[in-house]
Unconditional design. Structure first.
Lengths: 337, 232
């Protein structure tokens, strides 16, 4: 279990001013979980993930891994424990002058493993990530997706308990992203490795994470299961991430209508002919401004924005009606979405 | 200058003295470069890893003094440095004249230069790769030996080429204080005895040597760089 407690981090900037990048962050991550940390660029995600293996020292607060406060470890003990916390990066960060096999051997070399043993394990890992024929290829000869696979194999070499992914798919195209996420999920299931995923892409969290924390300007504004956060985002930052940008700004221009957001949980709710029923039974006509359906884990989530004529009575009736249906969350949107 | 007599004389000198002079030049250059790398490489490494926020931060004062010493040595013109280190040559070699004695000022002049070259090579190593090694639990020594030096090898090799050609030039200059080699011949015959042909021949040989070193260095640097290898 990883427990981040009241963690803050400030950086000394020019002069004597300090910028607080992370403010009082508390997150608990269970063993075997896939935990997403999402935020816009500059939100402090990368700093937060570097606090987990102490590449960055937190200014305040603690990071406990399986009950061990890793901030209090000596340099040597910290190096030891880092072999249990592997990390992959946006830029892959492979050693460019070593071939793939030797790249995978690298962490085992650092740990002092015998060469023949390390080579054997490296070949196994190459197989596992689906690149058994690339042992003698150099990173410059591989595509981005292949390089990330090698980086994953390298990360797994020392049998880590935790895998930190710092924007690991941000440099890849959607198809490759998907295949890398598949691989990470497979590793998580097969080896029971706890995975922490840092990303700015909602689709990544949707596809693979069980839990998510939303980071905004160094503060965790929302956390919970991916389903709950996505179906009912409360904070502005969460809403900005869940709903495509720009939609609201454009919609705001039509002042004759009021906006209602309807969120469906599960396939049952998505199967209801909601708008038609509302028109027939309540005689309220609704204009669909935006709609999307997405799969999170094994559940389906729908999300719709309805435009209803600017009349308090009608809007309230519509909301009451919609709230009466199972697995549906309704709210009226004010000016600040 | 190009009459029969002087041509014959130059040819004679070329045959009698040049083979040994070339050997002396190579010998002095190689040895001085080897010592300069021996001293300059660790200092260059220290200049990078000892910095604040780097792999193995050293006290600010030490880094400051180290930088000042290097800059001081780099700013003394070689001609003057040769004379300044005469007592040191006497202390180490036992004499101040001759080919072996000229190695001392060459090393003193070249090691700060080598340190700066190593520094610039190591600074080009992608800091993200170093961070990745740290995240795997690499110690500072492991980062230097297994990451920084191997990753910057192509750049180190092309900088070594720069160093060796510069030291070759310096070694020619040391002919002034009695160091042997092509420089001495060029100065003795060309400057003191107006045998311009001999001087030109010596200069041409120096040019050829520089060309050979440079081509070899560039070839090796390119050959060992795995970033340039494209898909087979």
């Amino acid at each position: 279990m990883i427990e981040i407690k009241n963690l803050s981090k400030s950086f000394q900037t020019t002069g004597n001013t300090t910028t607080e990048v992370l403010k009082d962050i508390s997150i608990t991550i269970q063993n075997g979980d896939i935990y997403g940390i999402i935020g816009m660029s500059g939100a402090g995600k990368s700093t937060l993930v570097r606090c987990i293996n102490m590449l960055e020292r937190p200014t305040k607060g603690t990071v406990m891994i399986d009950g061990c406060d890793i901030g209090s470890l000596s340099k040597k003990e910290l190096r030891q424990i880092r072999q249990n916390i592997a990390m992959i990066f946006q830029g892959f960060n492979l050693l460019m002058q070593r071939n793939c096999l030797k790249n995978i051997c690298f962490p085992m070399e650092l740990a002092g493993m015998k060469k023949t043993e390390a080579k054997k394990r490296a070949l196994e890992l190459l197989n596992m990530v689906g690149l058994p024929d690339k042992a003698n290829a150099y990173p410059a000869q591989l595509s981005g997706g292949q390089q990330q696979r090698i980086a994953i194999a390298r990360a797994l070499a020392t049998n880590p308990k935790i895998l930190l992914c710092d924007e690991a798919t941000s440099a890849l195209d959607p198809k490759t992203t998907h295949s890398i996420l598949e691989l990470i999920r497979d590793i998580n299931k097969r080896l029971n490795i706890t995975v922490i995923i840092i990303t700015h892409e909602m689709s990544v969290v949707e596809e693979i994470c069980n839990h998510v924390a939303i980071l905004d300007h160094g503060v965790v504004v929302e956390q919970g299961t991916v389903g709950s956060v996505f179906s009912n985002p409360k904070s502005t930052a969460a809403k900005r991430l869940v709903f495509p940008s720009g939609v609201y700004e454009v919609l705001r221009t039509n002042t004759k209508e009021r906006c209602i957001r309807v969120v469906f949980h599960g396939a049952l709710a998505t199967g209801t002919p909601l708008i038609a029923q509302m028109a027939v039974k309540q005689n309220i006509t609704a204009n669909i401004l935006f709609a999307s359906t997405r799969c999170i884990g094994d559940k389906v989530y729908g999300n719709m924005l309805l435009g209803i004529s600017d009349d308090d009575v009608v809007v309230n009736r519509a909301i009451t009606y919609l709230q009466g249906i199972d697995n549906i969350v309704v709210e009226e949107l004010g000016d600040n979405v | 200058m190009f009459n029969q007599e002087s041509l014959a004389e130059a040819g004679q000198i070329l045959l009698n003295e040049f083979p040994f002079a070339v050997w002396e030049t190579l010998y002095v250059t190689m040895l001085a470069t080897a010592f300069a790398i021996l001293i300059g490489l660790p200092i260059g490494v220290l200049l990078v890893v000892g910095e604040k926020g780097s792999v193995l931060p050293f006290p600010k004062g030490i880094m400051y003094i180290l930088n000042i010493i290097i800059n001081l040595l780099r700013s003394v013109p070689f001609l003057i440095l040769m004379i300044l280190v005469l007592p040191l040559s006497r202390l180490i070699i036992g004499t101040t004249v001759g080919t072996v004695a000229s190695i001392v000022p060459l090393v003193i002049a070249a090691f700060p230069f080598v340190a700066r070259l190593v520094e610039s090579s190591l600074r080009d190593v992608n800091p993200n790769i170093i961070e990745a090694a740290q995240s795997m639990g690499a110690s500072p020594l492991q980062i230097v030996v297994k990451v920084m030096l191997p990753e910057s090898l192509p750049s180190l090799l092309s900088n070594a080429t720069i160093a060796i050609t510069t030291i070759l030039g310096y070694s020619a200059m040391s002919g002034i204080i009695g160091g042997g080699g092509l420089g001495q011949i060029a100065i003795n015959y060309g400057y003191y005895r107006y045998r311009y042909l001999v001087m030109i021949a010596a200069v041409i040989l120096l040019i050829i040597l520089v060309q050979i070193f440079q081509s070899l260095g560039t070839f090796l640097a390119k050959k060992c760089d795995k970033r340039l290898k494209r898909k087979r």
